[in-house]
Structure formats: structure tokens, C-alpha cells
Write a protein that binds this ligand. Sequence first.
Ligand code: PA5
Length: 305
Amino acid sequence: MEFIDQLRNLREQVLFKADLNIDSAFKNIVISGMGGSGIVGNIFSEIYSRKPVQVVSDYVLPEFADKDTLFIGISYSGNTEETIATLEEAEKRGCQIRLITSGGKLAASGHTFAKVPQNIQPRSAIGYMLKPLLSSFLNLPDEACLGISKLLENIDRDNNEEKNLATEIFKHRSIPVILGYHPFRWIAYRWKTQFNENSKIMAFSNYFPELNHNETMPLKDTYEKDKFMFLVFDGSQNSRISKRMNVTAEITGTKFHVISIKGRNLLEQLFYLIHYGDYVSYHLAGMRGIDPNDVSLIESLKKKI
Ligand code: PA5
């Protein structure tokens, strides 16, 4: 599938029906996944807090993981070394296990899994991989999914705002620094990783209020400040955050490029921002003459390890 069609596919993905069929009690959740799959767990962990959730993007499981833990392994390919290592450990510890994958070793492991469609990039399957979590843990009626889908369709129809931002970044050869805030901290990180993988540029992310305790200093004094473009998500819904943004801009002399947030509820806003960032990174790749689909270096690194 062409990369642009993978992006447009998100509006179908949010309608995808999948459930993890959790049938026994658990006290805590460990979600394991890397890169485009791991971000799914991170985004979920920011909006679900009824039980403790720890996301692992590494080989090791936390010490507390045991028979009272629900372990959710997410790997689009189903073959990611780190995720398989944590699955093997979760088996040894007697965790309740559920998986989200399109195939590979995870699908063949014999555990219950939500099967997501194949043949797109893992990072483009974010809707497919998020849906089993949203359906299993949050009340998500079909109308809510239709609402998200409609909103995404609007971006598919008109993404000039996203293209203009990509043009600004391209024109100045800027390094984007995306500054999020709860509940969009991991969306800021998603933007960073999409710039990395799709546009093949360095990018960084941080979030308010934490950045007011460290990154505020270089915001005023860093060398090559002109090289960076500081992007913030509109904070006007949160008076504490918007005050921090204004004061930070004022005392550091920084111009923040504000990304508008559309959506009538949190899930619409989350998907809106995900899609917005996807398009910016896609357009930037085009302007750089780079294939957004290509992750051959990551693939060859996996083969050599
Ligand atoms: O976006 C990508 O292609 C990567 O970040 C992958 O998601 C990452 O390497 C993990 O692979 P998988 O999603 O197949 O587990």
C-alpha cells in the first residue's frame, strides 16, 4: 500500500473491531512493545489509570510482574526480539498473557491475540493496535469511533495546515522540538518518532510542566537556537499549562508554534493530533525527496543483531 494510503487508512482503523477477551482478574498491567508498536502502549497508559500500567520497551520485565499481572505484548510484525524476550519471561512468571500482532512468532505462540491486518508499516497501524486496548478497557461505543473517523477524514481531505508546517520546517532546515502536556505527552513523542522514521530528521520531545524544571534554561541560552522549531499543542483548555507556556515563551524569548487541537472529546483529540503529526512528517519527507515508507536501516540492524 502506498504510504499516503496507509495514512488515510487510519480512519478505517478506528472502526476496526477487536477485543483482548480478558477473562480473569488482574491487579496490574505490563505492556511490552518497541517503536511503532510500543507507542501504542504509551498512549494507552496516559489515558487509562484505573489500574497501574507499566510500559516496557526493553528486554526486561519489572520485578513485580507475576500471576496477578496482565501482560500485553504488542508487536506489529510479531517478531521483535525485545518483545519476545519479555513474553518468554511473562510465561515463566505465570502472567495472564494477551498479544496484539499481525503474525510472526507472537501469533504462533499459542496465546490469545488480537490479529491486526498485515502489509502496512507498524507505525501506520497505530489505530489497529490501539483499538483492542480501547475496546477492552474503555467504554467506546460505535458512534464514538464514527466521530473519530469523520474527523480524520477531514484531515485527509484538507491537510494544507500540515503541509504549511512541513514547508516551514523544510525551508529553515529546522529540528522540531515538540513540547506536549498531559494527556498528550506521548503524542508529542509520537510526532518525534514520525519525524525520525518518515521524514528521516532528528526531532525531540518533552512536556510541560516537567520541562520547566530543566529545558527552560537552554530555551533561553542554547547555542544554534535558530536551528530548532518549538512546537506546542494548544494549551488553552488547561489554564495551568497555558500560563506555563506563556510565561516560558516570555522569559526565554522563545516563539512557540502552536498546533490547534480539534475534537469534541479526548479520543477525538488524540487521534486528531496523531493524524496531524503523521501528515506533517509525510509532507516533509516528500519535500526532502525521501521515501517515508523506508526503514531499511532499522530492518538491517534487526538482522545483524
Ligand atoms: O515503525 C517501525 O517500523 C518500528 O518502530 C517498529 O515498530 C519497531 O521496530 C518494532 O517492530 P514491531 O512493530 O514489528 O514489533
